[in-house]
Design a protein around this ligand. Structure first.
Ligand SMILES: [Zn+2]
Ligand SMILES: [Zn+2]
Length: 241
């Protein structure tokens, strides 16, 4: 759901502050949104990691592997690509974007999604649509926008992949930060449903969210999409919490 006034503000802010790092505020070359020093505070997820949920694994593993979580309870998504850890400046930027209404940050956050989209797990197979994780209407009113949807708009412009808003959040769930994986899954059960008149049969979908934590939100969304006949469901996030 694009907001034209917000998009205009976004563009104006970019025009007026074109060459300062959004992290530290230091002057940069034109077009540089985040300086190298700031970027380095958020480490890349290094191999070896689980090919399914991108969870990094300590030690030496050659080739592809699935982590114990994914072996134990295979997630409904084929994979989630999350290239950076939500630490340091990136963590701050996500927070400022999501809760501080600094909407202009979506451009720099989209850079991380563009990088995730380059992953062989995404590039290796066709993709038809980006599917942003929906917010419950109550949460939407509180926050004023859906961060996943806003990021999908900029990612769609950059990848030429159309957006399919085929999911809705029908249950209002309390904040999940206190819950472990098992409790989160319970809490989210049936929280999402397919929107009326949406057709995802035989489609290759790429779910999109800001931060990956336990993966239970993406799992629930993917479960609904699969049940509705989606051919494949992969996911990308800006970072991994
Ligand atoms: Zn910086
Ligand atoms: Zn895993």
């Amino acid at each position: 759901m694009g907001n034209p006034i917000r998009s205009l503000l976004d563009t104006l802010l970019e025009l007026f502050y074109p060459s300062n790092c959004v992290g530290c505020g230091q002057p940069q070359d034109v077009g540089v949104l985040l300086c190298e020093q700031c970027k380095e505070t958020s480490p890349r997820v290094q191999a070896p990691f689980c090919r399914r949920c991108s969870r990094p694994f300590e030690g030496i593993i050659v080739g592809e592997f699935s982590c114990p979580n994914c072996e134990d309870r295979p997630p409904a998504f084929d994979c989630v690509v999350s290239t950076y850890q939500a630490k340091g400046v990136l963590r701050e930027l996500i927070h400022r974007f999501k809760y501080g209404r600094q909407f202009y940050l979506r451009r720099v956050l989209t850079d991380f999604l563009v990088e995730a989209m380059q992953d062989v797990r995404i590039q290796g197979n066709p993709a038809d649509y980006l599917v942003p994780v929906p917010l419950h209407p109550t949460r939407f009113r509180e926050r004023g926008f859906n961060q996943a949807d806003a990021l999908a708009e900029t990612l769609s412009q950059r990848t030429q992949l159309p957006i399919l808003r085929c999911l809705e959040r029908r249950r209002y769930t309390t904040t999940q930060t206190r819950y472990d994986r098992q409790e989160r899954m319970q809490n989210l059960r049936n929280a999402f449903s397919l929107r009326k008149s949406s057709d995802v049969r035989e489609k290759h979908l790429v779910l999109l969210d800001d931060v990956l934590t336990t993966g239970s939100t993406l799992h629930e969304c993917a479960r609904v999409l699969r049940a509705a006949g989606a051919e494949s469901v992969r996911a990308v996030t800006v970072a991994r919490g």
